[in-house]
Design a protein around this ligand. Sequence first.
Ligand code: SF4
Length: 116
Amino acid sequence: MKIIPVVHFSFNDHPFRKPSFVVYFCGCPHRCRGCHSPQLQDPDFELCTEFSAEEFADLILGYHGRMQGRVKSLVLLGGDPVIYSEELERALRLVKESIPSFEVVLYTGFLFEEIP
Ligand code: SF4
């Protein structure tokens, strides 16, 4: 899966303004009018980098450790993370195996019924 390999820290991206790590995914088929990040519709945008499920989990767990476990939420946006659903599910399972209480918020342009 392709992401921008910098994990941001934010309050504003979580729907209830919880302190969260934020990861931007690259690639999106939806072409919404008024897209907040049109450059990330392109999976080959210059800052985008391929990450395996294991590398993604290591990235998040590394940040979690550096923040001494105080950040317990992860916000995924893009682009549309769901285009990588199979690998993303594996990555999130690895994260949740280490930190069962870790919360994940995912922004997508797919309908709930369309998410595999
Ligand atoms: S789903 Fe998000 S990234 Fe994709 S076109 Fe719509 S607003 Fe842009």
